[in-house]
Each structure stands twice: as structure tokens, then as C-alpha cells.
Design a protein around this ligand. Structure first.
Ligand SMILES: NC(=O)c1ccc[n+]([C@@H]2O[C@H](COP(=O)([O-])OP(=O)(O)OC[C@H]3O[C@@H](n4cnc5c(N)ncnc54)[C@H](O)[C@@H]3O)[C@@H](O)[C@H]2O)c1
Length: 348
């Protein structure tokens, strides 16, 4: 299939592009190359015959119309977004523009193209979203997000993603656009931009800097290896039922403090300090305003209906991730110079 992937120069998008090319699909990567983008993530596929890159902004309807007309995709996988919660606290405007208005422009361009082409049956518009649209869970481990959980977004980021989810559903109900949606838990793995928790911890540890834990570190996240997410996304765009959403998670709940201690233990083994443990660098800092207490996904639907399973445990995935950062210093060094990276953002 020919897949138009938006945000393919980002963390998850690049994993989707690499996997799609490896599976024999053609890919058109549409990305504006914001601060979060890195074309190096695609070095392994850049010369592949099935790969094309279009630098375009999803807020630019005219540019999107040209991209659709030129490439005539079979499927759209829409990942382009502003994705960092802390940045959404300091500057929510661009989150609304890109995540809400950009998704509207994507839907308009996709609908126009799909209608011009005679409404091909195989066409899909897949919106990639987050579990953060569901808000925050209580501590009770039996309570998890299902596809029927009511939306309750609490940060500008999650509110903008909730808005875009609603638009995608509306284009299905109103115009019949063939859509599928996914809501995924926190991803981690290779090529994770060095402003997110896991790379920040690994890179600060190696630099001998404090390892910042927001609040008391009790916030729980459900971690999924990015390549397993990419695998799930390709399954949903191919086999998902139209108009349906699928929750994707790794069933790997960890408090932030547990996660950071695990990363420190892996680093202690792989690159021991002269004395002591990396965990000695843990420092508790001011909490994020409105910091959601717990996210946890019930992935029963994608497991039972589509047969998806993650391929690695969180221990295996974290081990691979730490090793990747140890082996790829030039990649992350270059990104550490980008605006805002390494600074505490989103204190409110
Ligand atoms: N990271 C996670 O843990 C996670 C979890 C669930 C869902 N998601 C969703 O997955 C998607 C990808 O997340 P990510 O972590 O890879 O993000 P990212 O920030 O690493 O990458 C986003 C990409 O989108 C591009 N982009 C941003 N604004 C654009 C615009 N206006 N026009 C065109 N391109 C633009 C950027 O250049 C970048 O390449 C997002 O929609 C996010 O909401 C992320």
C-alpha cells in the first residue's frame, strides 16, 4: 500500500515509516520539521525506492491538497502533532493550531481527495492519539482506560488531542470518511527526543547531572516500546474496523520513581560509575501543574479482535533503549542544542 504518514520525522512516526518500508509498503512522509523532528531517524530508509519526503505543514490546506494529488495514497496515518505536555503548559496556542486545526486541514484534504477518487473502499484515515485524552485514573489497579472511558483531558496537550479525536469521529459520522483511531500509552525506545522523561534520565545520568523527578515520583504510566506501537498501528490501519478506536498499551505500569530507578540499575551495569549508583543523582523537583496521577490501558480490544501482542517486556525494552543511547551519542548530542531542551519547562 502507499501510506501517507504525517509526522514521520518524529519519534513514533519514524518508527512507523521504518517498519512500513521494511514490510514492503510505499511511504510518503509529510513533516514540517519542527524542533521535534530529526531526519536522521530515517537514515536507514532515506534511499529506499518506496520512500518519499514532503516538507509541508499540516496547517497548510493548499500544500496538503498538492501532496494528496501528487502521491495518491491508499492510507493516511496521521501522527504529526505537538507532543510535549510541558511545552503545552507554557505555550498552548501552537498545540491548538497544529493538533486541532492541523487535523481539521488533514481531514478536509483527505475527504476531498477520497471523494475525487470515487470513494475507494480501501482508503483509510488513521488518527494516532493518546490515552491522555481519558484524564487521570485512581490508584485501584483493576480500573483501566477502555475505549468506552469518557474523555476527560486535563492538559492543553491532551485537550488538543481530544479535540482532534472528536473531529476525526465527526468526519466519519458526517461525511462517511473511512477512519480508524488509536489511543496509546507512553512510548519509549530508540530516537526518543531528549526532552522526554526516559532520555532525559539516561542523558543526565551519563552527564553526572541531577535526575529530576516531578513531585514525589508516584505518578504511574503504562510504558510501551515504540516499535511495538508501530507494529500495532500498521495492524489497525490494515485490519481495524471502520469508525472504531483501539487502545494500545504495554500493560507495564510503573511509577516514575520505579522507572527511573530501573534505568539507573541498567546504567550501573552497563556503564558503572567510579563510585556509587546513578540513583544517587535522583532529585525531586516541583511537580507539573495538573499532573495526572495514573494512566493504564486495557488493551483487550486490540488483543482479542486483532490478535496484537507487544513483543518485549518493559525490562527488555528499557535495556535495549539504554544500550541504544549509549551507542548513538552523535544523534542525541546534536538534539541537545535545540531550543528548550535541557531546561525545566511547564512549571505553570
Ligand atoms: N510519545 C508518546 O508517548 C505518545 C503516546 C501516544 C500517542 N502519541 C501521539 O503520537 C504522535 C507522535 O508522537 P511523537 O512522540 O512521535 O511526537 P514527536 O514530537 O516526536 O514528533 C512529531 C512530529 O510531527 C511533526 N510536526 C509537528 N507539527 C507539525 C505540523 N504543523 N505540520 C507537519 N508536521 C508537524 C514534527 O516535525 C515531528 O516530526 C502524536 O500525535 C502524539 O500525540 C504519542
Amino acid at each position: 500500500m502507499k501510506i501517507l504518514v504525517t509526522g514521520g520525522a518524529g519519534f513514533i512516526g519514524s518508527a512507523v515509516v521504518r517498519l512500513a518500508i521494511a514490510r514492503g509498503h510505499q511511504v510518503v512522509n509529510v513533516d514540517a520539521l519542527t524542533y521535534a523532528a530529526c531526519l536522521e531517524n530515517l537514515a536507514s530508509v532515506a534511499e529506499a525506492p518506496g520512500y518519499a519526503f514532503e516538507q509541508a505543514d499540516i496547517r497548510d490546506g493548499a500544500a496538503l491538497a498538492q501532496v494528496f494529488a501528487r502521491h495518491k495514497p491508499d492510507w493516511v496515518m496521521h501522527l504529526a502533532a505537538e507532543s510535549h505536555v510541558d511545552r503545552s503548559i507554557d505555550g498552548p496556542g501552537v498545540f491548538i493550531e497544529t493538533n486541532v486545526m492541523g487535523t481539521y486541514q488533514m481531514l478536509s484534504a483527505a475527504r476531498h481527495y477520497w471523494e475525487e477518487e470515487g470513494r475507494p473502499e480501501h482508503f483509510r484515515f488513521h488518527h494516532i492519539s493518546t490515552d491522555e485524552v481519558f484524564g487521570s485514573l485512581p490508584a485501584d489497579p483493576s480500573v483501566k482506560f477502555t475505549e468506552d472511558t469518557a474523555y476527560d483531558p486535563r492538559s492543553p496537550y491532551s485537550a488538543s488531542k481530544a479535540g482532534s479525536d472528536h473531529l476525526v469521529r465527526a468526519w466519519h459520522e458526517t461525511y462517511g470518511l473511512p477512519v480508524v483511531l488509536t489511543n496509546c500509552s507512553n512510548n519509549y525506545g530508540p530516537f526518543h527526543f531528549p526532552e522526554k522523561l526516559i532520555p532525559v534520565i539516561i542523558l543526565n545520568a551519563l552527564a553526572g547531572k541531577p535526575l529530576p523527578i516531578y513531585g514525589d515520583g508516584s505518578n504511574i504510566r503504562d510504558w510501551l516500546y515504540v516499535e511495538d506501537h508501530a507494529d500495532a498501528l500498521l495492524l489497525v490501519v490494515e485490519k481495524g474496523q471502520l469508525g472504531r478506536s483501539y487502545n494500545i498499551g504495554g500493560e507495564n505500569e510503573r511509577t516514575n520513581l520505579e522507572l527511573v530507578k530501573t534505568l539507573c540499575a541498567i546504567l550501573d551495569q552497563k556503564r558503572p560509575k567510579e563510585s556509587g549508583s546513578y540513583a544517587d543523582q535522583i532529585t525531586f523537583v516541583t511537580d507539573r501543574p495538573g499532573h495526572d496521577a495514573r494512566y493504564a490501558i486495557d488493551p483487550s480490544r486490540i488483543r482479542t479482535e486483532l490478535g496484537w501482542r507487544p513483543s518485549v517486556t518493559v525490562e527488555e525494552g528499557l535495556e535495549k533503549t539504554v544500550q541504544w543511547y549509549l551507542d548513538n551519542e552523535p544523534w542525541w548530542r546534536a538534539l541537545q542544542n535545540r531550543a528548550g531542551v535541557g531546561q525545566r519547562l511547564g512549571k505553570g
